[in-house]
Design a protein around this ligand. Structure first.
Ligand code: SAH
Length: 346
């Protein structure tokens, strides 16, 4: 199948030319997709012959399966139904500096982190570049909120879907489309060292977030199976290489879990490891996930203070959309199962 939604304007131009259409039709097509059309009939300035070709190539758009709006802060959680019936979630967050959308990179996740709901059913499949892009386009279209920032922090591990994520970045950054600058995009990884090294080579100005959650191998391996393949030393070495190559400060995510990774010893270990590096630590009080024995820490402020005393910048992440379970790690597998219309996604 020709996946038109995942094509760059240049590729669409080649596709149009192949059909005997003038070159400028490619860019037009890309612009229509960027506006979130759901049917070829909306592409009013394209000739019927081309519209028929587009329809024949199998053009589809995600449908809003479910939408929850936070009463507290206007955060919106979308559950999208994709063409094959699978579902993924995106979250629109409103900040003073602009609107940000948190998008999913895979249907499910293979990484198995102990505290995360998205991984509970394993990975179903990767999302295509078009499906990544559509989360941005349709969140903006449905909400009417102009999107200026993107975080790849939803369901899935972006570096485990490397090619499609790179293609998505090209598409979303394209001047003929959303034209969102790399500095307005963050990518979060659980720490796939090979992917981090590969990303460093791309020379992109995006922000890399690394989900650390513990600075010692014993604790980290317990929480994140990926640590057995890429222990803390290897991961932090890759982060250093990334910084050397790109000059971009890395942001470390640290979800504070009661009694597991939030003791003064853990803060000391973290400070020891990050001392002398250009880093920023994002402390997230753990969001509780149904059926999980892990609980949010009660030592967030003390942990932050300990890091700051050692000269490490640490901020505590605001919890947007907590009334609709839209926070990190709460995008649930339950919501991805087909045929459960109307069931609570959180
Ligand atoms: N796979 C990527 C991106 C998705 S998770 C990654 O691991 O970074 C986005 C962030 O939410 C990660 O930092 C992840 O560790 C964190 N997270 C997952 N479950 C959480 C929970 N229950 N509470 C707080 N943060 C959580």
């Amino acid at each position: 199948m020709t996946d038109l939604r995942s094509m760059t304007p240049e590729e669409l131009t080649a596709w149009c030319k192949n059909l005997g259409q003038p070159a400028f039709r490619g860019k037009q097509l890309f612009q229509w997709f960027s506006r979130g059309v759901t049917s070829v009939d909306e592409m009013t300035d394209l000739p019927k012959s081309l519209r028929e070709e587009v329809a024949a190539a199998g053009f589809s758009a995600p449908a809003v399966e479910r939408k929850q709006v936070s009463k507290q802060d206007g955060t919106i959680k979308y559950l999208w139904r994709l063409a094959d019936g699978n579902c993924v979630e995106s979250v629109l967050m409103r900040y003073h500096h602009g609107n940000s959308v948190c998008i999913s990179s895979q249907v499910g996740c293979a990484m198995g982190c102990a505290f995360c709901a998205s991984t509970q059913g394993g990975k179903v499949r990767d999302l295509t570049a078009g499906e990544l892009l559509d989360q941005v386009i349709f969140t903006e279209k449905d909400s009417g909120a102009p999107i200026s920032n993107i975080v790849l922090m939803g369901i899935g591990e972006p570096l485990d879907n490397y090619e499609n994520v790179m293609r998505f970045l090209t598409l979303v950054n394209h001047p003929a489309g959303k034209n969102i600058g790399m500095r307005h995009i963050s990518l979060s990884t659980c720490g796939l060292v090979k992917g981090i090294d590969r990303l460093a080579e791309e020379g992109l100005q995006l922000t890399l977030s690394v989900s650390l959650h513990a600075a010692d191998d014993e604790t980290r391996s317990r929480l994140m199976p990926v640590n057995r393949a890429y222990p803390v030393d290897d991961l932090l070495d890759a982060c250093r290489r990334y910084f050397q190559k790109t000059g971009r400060r890395i942001s470390y995510e640290y979800a504070l879990i009661d009694g597991v990774n939030d003791t003064p010893r853990h803060a000391r270990l973290l400070a020891d490891r990050l001392a002398g590096t250009i880093a920023h630590v994002n402390l997230i009080p753990l969001n509780h996930v149904e059926e999980s024995p892990l609980r949010p820490s009660r030592r967030v402020a003390a942990f932050q203070k300990q890091l700051e005393e050692r000269g490490i910048t640490a901020t505590v992440r605001r919890r947007l959309g907590s009334d609709i379970d839209a926070s990190c790690g709460q995008l649930r597998r339950k919501a991805m199962t087909a045929g459960r219309k109307g069931e609570d996604a959180g």
